[in-house]
Write a protein that binds this ligand. Structure first.
Ligand code: PLP
Length: 370
């Protein structure tokens, strides 16, 4: 199989697996236990916390482990005060949009911040956001479908200059490990991470939060993670996440260079295909993500044809694949429905090669010419 769907999930790095294995066998104790065996497990969690914090330039005490990016996004938005005002960008992941919708059933007011046709929040929207007088603003750092990178720093600086008490959250699930991400420099209060997008295990993530604004738990019944996320820790996954974060930090430049080089080759080849449009091509995007449409082609059908040829891609965000709806992200960008229906997302990873790109292009030409 040629795997071009790394924004959906990445393969587990073998070095990560090696780090995890002892926590299924030798170190099986409960990290809350006070005897030596428990303390050794606790110490492994502490190390992972340091590794994750270092990846995003945060303090270890600011990291709360969760079951993944979805829970981290839910937990971040749950800091909204009762009946508070929430503003989110119109291209957020469902774990933000759906939880925001849920908050409105509890009395919250929800506003959407529009994007332009490239999927970018225009600087002119900042005044709109400030006029809303929101309690919390959530803007993803990099989009899972288009790869578009928002200028979160610019937006956060403008918000904080006007009103320091407005909390700002970013979903950095897709950005981290591909571009530098600094919790401190971005001036954020809340940041979401997920392990399985950086060659770590699934079912693990984190919220990085500003200690001045405590989280509000979604679950109750234990003192783990400062009471913000009770329940016995998923130790092996947390250790794996920590190792994946450490490797992502060390290898960031190398990974970026490899992905960017492949992406450039890929896009150069794609532009040879008639009627093909690469979404958001002229704005800053992740080094691994290409989403394109071909007028008159059915994206789902193309996906299935490519699958038959041994190539895995996505036709939209991972959580929505399988449904034949137009991607809400492309809808927010006001992409024509016919073109949006043909959307295919290619997301590259470290094991991809130029030869795989050639194979993809050959197959694509075959299917498109029918
Ligand atoms: N946020 C973004 C931007 C994502 O792409 C995803 C996963 O696809 C998530 C959040 C959810 O992360 P997880 O799969 O760890 O729950």
């Amino acid at each position: 199989m040629i795997y071009f769907d790394h924004n959906a999930s990445t393969p587990l790095d073998e070095r990560v697996l090696d780090a995890m294995l002892p926590f299924f066998t030798t170190f099986y104790g409960n990290p809350s236990s006070l005897y030596r065996h428990g303390r050794a497990v606790r110490s492994a969690i502490d190390t992972a916390r340091e590794q994750v914090a270092a990846l995003v330039n945060a303090a270890p005490a600011e990291v709360i482990f969760t079951s993944g990016g979805t829970e981290a996004n839910n937990l971040s938005l749950n800091t909204l005060p009762a009946k508070g005002r929430l503003a989110i960008s119109s291209t957020e992941h469902p774990s933000v949009t759906d939880f925001a919708a849920h908050l409105t059933t509890k009395g919250a007011t929800l506003h959407h911040i529009e994007v332009d046709s490239l999927g970018v929040i225009p600087a002119s929207s900042i005044d709109y956001v400030l006029n809303l007088q929101p309690d919390l603003v959530s803007i993803m750092l990099a989009n899972n479908e288009t790869g578009v990178i928002q200028d979160v720093r610019l937006i956060t600086d403008a918000i904080k200059a006007k009103n320091k008490s407005i909390l700002v959250h970013t979903d950095a699930v897709q950005a981290v490990g591909k571009i530098p991400v600094s919790f401190k420099e971005l001036g954020l209060d809340l940041l979401t991470l997920s392990s399985h997008k950086i060659y770590g295990p699934k079912g693990c993530g984190a919220v990085v939060y500003n200690n001045e604004h405590p989280l509000k738990p979604l679950m109750f019944g234990g003192n783990q993670e400062k009471d913000f996320r009770p329940g016995t820790e998923n130790v092996a996954a947390i250790v794996g996440f920590g190792k994946a974060a450490e490797l992502a930090a060390i290898e960031l430049n190398h990974r970026h260079a490899h992905l960017a080089q492949l992406k450039q080759k890929f896009e150069a080849a794609l532009t040879q295909i008639p009627n093909l449009c690469i979404f958001s091509q002229t704005t800053e995007r992740l080094p691994n993500t290409i989403q394109f449409g071909i007028d008159g082609v059915d994206g789902e059908m193309l996906l299935m044809n490519l699958d038959r040829g041994g190539i895995a891609v996505s036709s939209g965000s991972a959580c929505k694949s399988g449904s034949n709806e137009i991607s809400p992200v492309l809808k927010a960008m006001k992409i024509a429905p016919n073109l949006a229906k043909s959307a295919i997302r290619v997301s590259l990873g470290m094991s991809n090669t130029e030869d795989q790109i050639t194979q993809f292009i050959n197959q694509l030409k075959k299917h498109v010419n029918h």
